[in-house]
Design a binder for this molecule. Sequence first.
Ligand SMILES: C[S@@+](CC[C@H](N)C(=O)[O-])C[C@H]1O[C@@H](n2cnc3c(N)ncnc32)[C@H](O)[C@@H]1O
Length: 370
Amino acid sequence: MGSKRAMLGNGLGDVLDGMIARHNRFIDLFTGSASVAWHVAQHYPIKTLAFDLQSYSTVLAAAILQRNSPVYPDQIWNDWYSRALIQFESFSAPLSSEVDVAFVDKARAWGSEFDENCLIHAYAGHYYSPVQAAWIQALRNTVPAISPNREVCLAALVMAASKCAAAPGHTAQPFQPTETAIKYLQISWQRDFCADLYAALTLIAPLHARVVGEAHVGDANEVASRLRTGDLAFIDPPYSAVQYSRFYHVLEAISVGSTSPVFGVGRYPPLNERPSSQYSQRTTSLRATEDLLNTLASRGVSAIITFPDHECSNGMDAKMIKDVARGLFKIKTHSVSSIFSTLGGAATKKTGSRLARLKADEMILCLEPK
Ligand SMILES: C[S@@+](CC[C@H](N)C(=O)[O-])C[C@H]1O[C@@H](n2cnc3c(N)ncnc32)[C@H](O)[C@@H]1O
């Protein structure tokens, strides 16, 4: 999962600290892994709201934003595990200490016997071993019904699923049982899913917001039209010309609990069911940014924007955003160095290659109503 976590200790944390006290609400409009929303909600007595087109992001955000006291992981886990175990055993997942081509075939054949909307059918033998997929399905089917335990458990499930996925970085495509990649498949498939889940649960359980907030699926531009004076929006929009849903569709299906029939090596649901962002298209990214900043300015909303300072694959760079903001807001500019994922975006003149992770400067723009 991509993240602004590192930047919080490298300039962004100080910028937030300087602006939050003057505002009544903090709104993370592109929350992603929710690292910024988690940080603000935990450290400041301010209502924090988080939005994203992808529901897995809001699942992560909700686990901390939507409660102001800790939960106790052992009780939650023991109850959840015993409910899930009954289902897990009923799935009779095949097991093997050796991951070879024959076992991958067997795993896929076993998964294909299940209903084609279920997680086992979609991912067993691909992103997950049969045992991992059976646990994911059983745990998702038996997730607690009542808040806040439900949100905490869903987030832990997404985090463990991200950790165990047999894919290089993002879940665009799983490792295949080829001579060179089978060792990576074996490493991922041998992870103990329940141990990763329990670790995630114990990490999240003690963390909570100081003021109860909210997390919702939503389009940033539409959400912006409902904000008001006194709000501080955090804007970390996509910079890649490849849709985020291409990389996070597995986590998305797990957070929702099912998927439409998947296809291709990447096991994607149909394209028209994957969230699509105007910010991830070269032809619409500038227009979407202009509309967003115009809306925020017209509503007297302050904003912090982060963006790489070189041309990105969606055609945008920080200077273009600054040019849009100049006529609308009072601006303060900070620059920090950062490492970010290209998310498979095409090379640009400046980056020159398809490196998965790049070192680059990133600009932080602080915008206040004129
Ligand atoms: C650069 S990432 C944000 C990373 C995040 N700040 C973090 O720390 O992980 C951009 C996010 O914006 C989301 N997104 C794209 N277009 C959106 C839109 N129109 N409205 C809301 N979210 C959007 C993507 O799904 C993705 O999660």
